[in-house]
Each structure stands twice: as structure tokens, then as C-alpha cells.
Design a protein around this ligand. Structure first.
Ligand SMILES: Nc1nc2c([nH]c(=O)n2[C@@H]2O[C@H](COP(=O)(O)OP(=O)(O)OP(=O)(O)O)[C@@H](O)[C@H]2O)c(=O)[nH]1
Length: 134
């Protein structure tokens, strides 16, 4: 049987040559791995709106969504991920809160490869480092 295609939108929230990473809780799939905040695109939803909605739900803050950085496709054992990654910025006076994740961390060029990233994200981190952190 064909694997299910799961469409996800992820937010690269950039500030001062760093971006925000979130730690998946241990009780979830890929628990203990770091990811970009975001989540599944709902039927008929614009992927940019998914980012805005998910960041409100997960971090209780408002973002502006800018350009799409990349589309990441990854073959997980139980599904195929297709994830749009958008460059985003925090709207003035918005600060991320820890709601659904176990930790949040600003990532920079020095520490980016110290994190245990979810497998799909490892493919595009060098691009992000080059374009946003240097
Ligand atoms: N948000 C996010 N999800 C990612 C990234 N990389 C990656 O492989 N994923 C995968 O894409 C899916 C995102 O959907 P989700 O955030 O609604 O998933 P979840 O497991 O937290 O929620 P669920 O319990 O409702 O399935 C997860 O399977 C997650 O592992 C990433 O950088 N950000």
C-alpha cells in the first residue's frame, strides 16, 4: 500500500542571526528530537496560514510569514513528509511561550549542529546556516 503523504508547514523564526528551535516531548513520535515549530496543513488551508495558526497554538505568539525557503521531502517509515519551510519574523512585542514543546532554544551558526534534529531537517540545515546565520 502507498504511504500517506503528510503536508506540513514549518516556521524558521529568524532574529539576530539565529532562529528558534523546539524540542519534541519524549512521549510523542520523534520525542527528544529538535524541530522547527509548525504542523500539519489542514484541508484547503494556505500553508502560510498554517504557520501563523500553529505558531499561535504552539508558542502563543504572532508572526509575519515571509518567503518560502525550501520544500523538504522525506521518506519516514510510516509516511512521506512534504514540508514547506517559511522564513518568519516575530511581530513586535511578541515573545514565544513554551506550551506544547519541552524546550525552546535560539540556534546560531556556532551551535546549530549540536542539536539532535529530526531526520528530515538535517537535509536543509546547511542551507539555513549559510543563508540566515552567517
Ligand atoms: N513542525 C515540524 N514538524 C516536522 C519537522 N520535521 C519533521 O520531520 N516534522 C514532522 O512533521 C510532522 C508534523 O506534524 P505535527 O507537528 O502535527 O505532528 P505531531 O506528531 O506533533 O502531532 P500529531 O500527534 O497530531 O501527529 C511530524 O510527524 C513531525 O515529526 C519540523 O521541522 N517541524
Amino acid at each position: 500500500m502507498d504511504k500517506k503523504l503528510v503536508r506540513v508547514s514549518a516556521a524558521l523564526i529568524v532574529k539576530n542571526k539565529s532562529f528558534l528551535a523546539a524540542l519534541r516531548p519524549v512521549n510523542k513520535k520523534l520525542g527528544g528530537f529538535w524541530e522547527l515549530p509548525g504542523g500539519k496543513v489542514e484541508p484547503n488551508e494556505d500553508p502560510k496560514d498554517t504557520c501563523i495558526r500553529e505558531i499561535r497554538e504552539e508558542l502563543n505568539c504572532n508572526i509575519k510569514v515571509n518567503d518560502k525557503i525550501t520544500v523538504c521531502t522525506f521518506d519516514y517509515p510510516d509516511f512521506i513528509l512534504q514540508m514547506d519551510v517559511f522564513e518568519c519574523e516575530l511581530i513586535k512585542d511578541n515573545y514565544p511561550s513554551l506550551i506544547e514543546h519541552s524546550a525552546l532554544q535560539w540556534v546560531n551558526a556556532q551551535n546549530i549542529f549540536d542539536f539532535k534534529w529530526v531526520p528530515a531537517d538535517r537535509d536543509f540545515l546547511p542551507l539555513i546556516k549559510e543563508k540566515y546565520l552567517l
